[in-house]
Design a protein around this ligand. Structure first.
Ligand code: PAF
Length: 281
């Protein structure tokens, strides 16, 4: 695996590959890789001859008081995992290489960015969209792969790509879970032993909600409140637990059948997010 930390060397290497007309697939990450990320690499491999992974802990997408400084940086371990998964190139730029000067230009995807997680993390999705667009411009991949655990992020990126006619296809990969249902996340390492035992409760709450919706429950407000109450009883501090339309994450209208239930909740110092799709008759 080639490891590159400068945009100039990245462009040179990709230019060489492009002379052979290979399809390049990009998987952007912030590192501290787990099996969920590695499944993104496997998906990338199915769609191109060259897989590029990026690792960059993007400072601009952390809000004030969030875990930017403490975010786990595990480059050595990440590198060997990517290597063993057959990734061709790791792009791991420094902060000054990726953001050499403070950004005046940013991408905004309003509305979609302002609800759910956006309400609690102002500016987060704009910063994500901006860094992803920068990475797309640096790598110019034919296709890029993202995880469905960050469902709102995936939608923001898809919307940016559609609105700006970016020449990149977006593919998503289903959330990878522990055997007890907990979604894999780089932040699970913040959980203490007892919090780790409690953590699958978030996914169980989503499953309960999906079950109720499938059985015809249409009082979404009551369902959301009950699940938040149950989460509190388990020790979570829920931010939101919400039934939304899958197409645009707006509250469903009568007759909408393609829904998704999304939740964010704190457990100790870990902010966990998860979601589960449901189709109702
Ligand atoms: O999902 C992530 O790891 C990050 O938000 C991303 C897409 C790499 C942008 O920094």
């Amino acid at each position: 695996m080639i490891i590159i930390d400068s945009v100039a060397s990245l462009r040179k290497q990709l230019g060489d590959w492009r002379m052979d007309s290979v399809r390049i697939v990009l998987v952007p990450t912030m590192g501290n890789l787990h099996e969920g990320h590695l499944k993104l690499m496997d998906e990338a491999r199915l769609h191109g001859e060259r897989v590029v992974a990026s690792i960059f802990v993007n400072p601009t997408q952390f809000c004030e008081g969030e875990d930017f400084l403490g975010y786990p940086r595990t480059l050595e371990k990440d590198t060997s995992q990517l290597c063993s998964r057959g990734v061709d190139l790791l792009f791991a730029p420094s902060r000054s290489e990726l953001h050499p000067q403070s950004l005046l230009t940013t991408v905004m995807v309003p509305t979609l960015s302002d609800l759910l997680c956006g309400e609690y993390r102002p500016g987060h999705f704009s910063a994500v969209a901006t860094v992803v667009l920068k990475l797309f411009n640096m790598v110019q991949p034919e296709l890029s792969v993202f995880g469905e655990k960050d469902f709102q992020q995936l939608m923001v990126i898809r919307k940016m790509v559609a609105d700006l006619n970016l020449p990149v296809q977006i593919r998503s990969v289903a959330t990878v879970r522990e055997p007890d249902g907990l979604a894999l996340s780089s932040r699970n390492c913040y959980l203490t032993e007892s919090e780790r035992c409690c953590a699958p409760g978030l996914y169980r709450a989503l499953c309960h909600a999906v079950d109720s919706l499938s059985k015809g429950c249409s009082d979404f407000g009551a369902l959301e409140n009950q699940q938040k109450k149950d989460l509190r009883a388990m020790g979570f501090r829920p931010e939101y637990f919400s039934v939304r339309r899958r197409s645009d994450l707006e509250p469903p209208h009568a007759g909408d059948t393609e829904l998704v239930v999304l939740a964010a909740a704190w457990l100790g110092s870990a902010r966990l997010i998860d979601n589960k799709a449901v189709s109702i008759a």
